[in-house]
Structures are given as structure tokens and as C-alpha cells.
Design a protein around this ligand. Structure first.
Ligand SMILES: [Cu+2]
Length: 140
């Protein structure tokens, strides 16, 4: 697919960006090893990227993990980033880089809708579990 040829040269960049995003996490900077694993697993799955910014991505959390794996959201700079998270565990959703946080109650849904002002690759995670649920890529 054409998407793969675009993503390959960016893989190295995304590792750096993910490392930076992990370091930016406010609570405990020491626990960055979990994000390293997520970075390597995100390289091979470019085919599942969604370029349709218009429809919100629905993410379902079961037993504290994203169903179907980490959701890929790809937009161009300036486009809206829209996704919802429904979770069967209480936690807090943290979008790194943009530093947006929303508490999510057990069985609840939170929605994010914000303009992609920052280029790069950012992760969103369940903050208390350190579980990555979204890989957000913003093209220039
Ligand atoms: Cu975080």
C-alpha cells in the first residue's frame, strides 16, 4: 500500500517522538520502559492507519486494555482530532504532547475533540495503568 512507503521513513522519527512524549509524562518519569515496547510494535502496522479525520475513532477498553490494540489516528496539522474512549475500568485518559487529561469512570465514555496543532507522534494512555491506547500522528 502507498501508506507504507510514507510511514517507513518516519519510523525512526516516531521512536524519537514517542520517547519524548513518554518523557513529557508528568507523574513518573522513571517508568519509560513500557513506552519503548509500544514504540517498536507500532512500526509494522501502518495499514491500519485512518486518514479520515471526520469520523471520530471509537476506542473500547476491556480489562484495562484497548480492544484491537493501540488505535492509530492520523491527521494533517490543523485538522480536528476526534476520538471517544469507553472503558470498563476507572482511570484517566492522558493525551501526551497536547497534555489533555480526562477522568473516565468505570463503564463511562469520554470524548476528545481538539485541533491538531502540534506535528509529530503522540501517545494517549490510561494514565494510572500506563497503558497506551492511542498513537496519534500529525503530519505537517
Ligand atoms: Cu501520561
Amino acid at each position: 500500500m502507498a501508506v507504507n512507503t510514507i510511514l517507513k521513513p518516519l519510523a525512526a522519527t516516531s521512536l524519537v517522538a514517542l520517547a519524548l512524549a513518554a518523557a513529557a509524562c508528568g507523574s513518573s518519569g522513571a517508568q519509560s520502559n513500557g513506552s519503548g515496547g509500544a514504540a517498536s510494535s507500532s512500526q509494522g502496522s501502518g495499514a491500519s492507519s485512518t486518514k479520515a479525520a471526520a469520523k471520530p475513532v471509537k476506542i473500547e477498553i476491556k480489562s484495562g486494555k484497548p480492544v484491537g490494540g493501540i488505535a492509530k489516528i492520523t491527521v494533517n496539522k490543523g485538522q480536528p482530532v476526534r476520538f471517544s474512549v469507553t472503558s470498563d475500568v476507572a482511570d484517566e485518559v492522558h493525551v501526551h504532547g497536547y497534555n489533555l487529561m480526562k477522568d473516565i469512570p468505570k463503564g463511562g465514555t469520554v470524548r476528545f475533540d481538539f485541533p491538531a496543532k502540534l506535528e509529530g507522534v503522540y501517545e494517549a494512555e490510561l494514565e494510572n495503568r500506563k497503558e497506551q491506547i492511542v498513537s496519534l500522528r500529525v503530519y505537517p
